[in-house]
Design a protein around this ligand. Sequence first.
Ligand code: G3P
Length: 217
Amino acid sequence: MKFFIDTANLDQIKEAQDLGILDGVTTNPSLMAKEGITGKKNILDHYKKICDIVDGDVSAEVIATDYKGMINEGKELSSLHKQIVVKVPMIKEGIKATRYFSDNGIRTNVTLVFSPGQALLAAKAGANYVSPFIGRLDDVSTDGLALISEIREIYDNYGFSTEILAASIRHTMHIVDCSKIGADVITTPLKSILDLLKHPLTDIGLENFLKDYKKGN
Ligand code: G3P
């Protein structure tokens, strides 16, 4: 399973990259705004900085919601760096744009996916990644992980190569459960990745090992 970090914060991206477990980055307009990155030029420059830190795919989202606008923006984003994957919203114009990008060698991540039918359409349009938002489904009392299972079954039935990128991850059990179900990728804030490290028995065991070593020396 690939690990992506879901942030536009350069320090956190660097920390995850330095851990040696990072496969990519996802961003969205809200995450950019959170870092105070505004204005087209600053946003494009920021994507380049992210690509310079990480070895792997970097999702950059289009702002346009019409077909022509998405095509123009997607071309500009993908020309920034070979690691850029164009993130397209799961709307009618987005599906048309995904088909265009797929036919023209531009990689895509279809985002804001909340149903198996949407994921099926994204795969049919040739998306490289599909991003179901599991935490936001859980927020409205709907089983986000069940959506991952349904998409896995559909993609396996027909051999779709679109990778399931489980997004809106809120905690470590989302990550563990996604790995059991067979999500291809998870994207998560750094905290959930670091939380995977934690176990009190590890801390106690290490403390005892070090205490015993000191006794003999
Ligand atoms: O990658 C999508 C993600 O940013 C959404 O996460 O926590 O805003 O639901 P969240």
